[in-house]
Design a protein around this ligand. Structure first.
Ligand code: BES
Ligand code: ZN
Ligand code: ZN
Length: 512
């Protein structure tokens, strides 16, 4: 019940020389700047060409390959002690958003290698993307992400065998400091992979209890402390908001708190995640029902924070970290909450429900209030697939960030975002928008007074009511949790977006 299905394991092995590796595919990453009218410009590339029996120059002389961004060319390798095929991949020329692009190269390599059913892959080249630890790390993550496939339970024996076949990616000729980074990337890749498996798992499998069980087992195995509160316990604790949202579901709500507390920590941060394992909309039912498709991804925030804390602990970052996940299901039955209900949240503030589909902010009100009051972190970062309006604003190209109660937090998040190539864009938090959720019957309404006006900011202004003036950043990942179109992400499926961003924010806050 609590075991995740396996996905194709990948090892991004250590560097070695090309000789004697007998790879199925030798990938050579080459930038436009490495070539001049089809000629190999530098010695390193000429040496590689010699090792590969002239395969590179054969393709470049013919102008089959000019190093253009993500272009590819393939030829057979005549030196079979090195490999069977040579695939050239273009690194383009002087591009922005390098980390995300490095990951995109990794995705491309994985795609090419799958085409040849390659089990053993060598990667080398003179591209600038292979020259820095950060970029090779992203490339390795792209390889792992590109190899990910949700294991369909109806797979034939043959297909399952293929899924479980080990793919070995070996980088050649990396500098020693680059290799060190590469080792750490496996930790991050594991967290992204588990995050994605949970995101993609269907809602009848990934119930609140399932997610809570899987992640608490993983966290305990990593030596972290874990608290899981479920069902009636939450009512006793005063989680009136979460209890209301999960009222219509046969699956109990679960509230998970994982803590990583290294002895050398000076600061603390809490990552809070929205964990709706399914969002039908409740009585304000999503209409047409096609809008319910994909709502299994409404637990992405929870999957992100629960997996990020595990990676942060394995990377031994010197900061105390809490991962807080509010898991429940928004369904319809005789016990479901209604439009017009007034709910009392964990900190005593009351909410008038004017739309049961704006349930994420309701669930998060308890989670944020508990985090601020009981965990008392220095900073709160929260990930949620909160609003459809976020997709209207930024499409599937990036997440919106809304920061409060700090002059520096927005900058910290922006910097972290650029480091790891997970795009964010600052959104408005104007006071007038906050006025929009002030209540008459209760303290706050769960939707704004004007339908459709600044919807994502309205959600953010509602949430900030529950953080006790702590530095707080709300990250709306509605557009990027799945079907991500931004640079360096797989299309149409789970993205694991946010795992790396969280890790990088924790790293920045640990020294700040
Ligand atoms: N989970 C949705 C937001 C969402 C929509 C995420 C599409 C990903 C894709 C959220 O619970 C929701 O339904 N929000 C409402 C809020 C509205 C009623 C104020 C929305 O965005 O329509
Ligand atoms: Zn909803
Ligand atoms: Zn939702």
């Amino acid at each position: 019940m609590t075991t995740l299905p396996p996905v194709k394991p990948v090892s991004t092995a250590t560097a070695s020389t090309l000789v004697n590796q007998s790879a199925d595919v030798v990938v050579v990453v080459i930038d436009e700047a490495d070539l001049d009218q089809g000629k190999l410009k530098n010695n390193d590339l000429q040496n590689l060409d010699t090792q590969l029996g002239g395969a590179i120059s054969a393709l470049t002389t013919l102008k089959d390959f000019e190093g253009k961004w993500l272009s590819t060319a393939v030829t057979l390798c005549s030196v079979n002690t090195v490999g069977k095929r040579v695939v050239l991949v273009g690194g383009g020329k002087k591009l922005d958003e390098k980390p995300a692009r490095a990951r995109q190269i990794g995705l491309k390599i994985a795609e090419e290698c799958a085409r040849f059913k390659a089990g053993k892959v060598g990667i080398c080249g003179t591209s600038a993307f292979l020259a820095s630890g950060e970029l090779v790390t992203q490339m390795a993550l792209g390889l792992r992400m590109g190899n990910y496939k949700y294991p369909n339970s109806n797979l034939t024996a043959e297909a399952r065998k293929e899924l479980e076949t080990h793919v070995e990616f070996k980088f050649s000729g990396l500098q020693a400091n680059v290799e060190l980074h590469l080792k750490q990337s496996a930790i991050v890749a594991d967290s992204i992979e588990t995050c994605r498996l949970l995101q993609d798992a269907p809602p009848n499998v990934a119930t609140p209890a399932y997610v809570a069980n899987v992640m608490s087992e993983k966290a305990r195995a990593a030596g972290l402390s874990v608290q899981v509160y479920g069902g009636e316990k939450l009512r006793q604790m005063g989680f009136g908001a979460m209890m209301a949202v999960s009222g219509g579901s046969a699956n109990d709500a679960q509230f998970v708190v994982i803590e990583y507390a290294p002895t050398n920590a000076k600061k603390s941060v809490a990552f809070v995640g929205k964990g709706l394992t399914m969002d039908t909309g409740g009585y304000s039912l999503k209409t047409p029902s096609t809008h319910q498709v994909g709502m299994k991804y409404d637990m992405s925030g929870a999957a992100v924070v629960l997996n990020a804390v595990i990676a942060i602990s394995k990377l031994q970052l010197p900061i105390r970290v809490f991962a807080v996940a509010a898991l429940c299901e928004n369904m319809v039955d005789a016990h479901a909450y209604r439009v017009g209900d007034v709910l009392t949240t964990y900190n005593g503030k009351t909410i008038e429900v004017l739309n049961t589909d704006a349930e994420g902010r309701i669930v998060l009100s308890d989670a944020l209030a508990y985090t601020a009051k009981d965990l008392k972190p220095d900073t709160i970062i929260e990930f949620s697939t909160l609003t459809g309006a976020m997709i209207s604003a930024l499409g599937h190209l990036g997440a919106g960030i809304f920061s409060f109660n700090s002059d520096t937090l927005e900058k910290t998040v922006l910097n972290a975002s650029q480091q790891v190539g997970e795009r964010v864009w600052p959104m408005p938090t104007w006071d007038e928008i906050g006025e929009d959720v002030k209540g008459t019957i209760a303290d706050v309404n769960n939707i704004g007074a004007t339908a459709g006006a600044a919807g994502s900011s309205v959600g953010a202004m509602f949430l900030k009511e529950f953080v006790e003036n702590k530095p707080y950043c709300h990250v709306d990942i509605a557009g990027v949790a799945n079907g991500n179109m931004s640079v360096g992400f797989p299309r149409k499926i789970s993205s694991g977006y946010g795992v790396q961003l969280s890790i990088e924010i924790a790293r920045a806050l640990s020294v700040g």
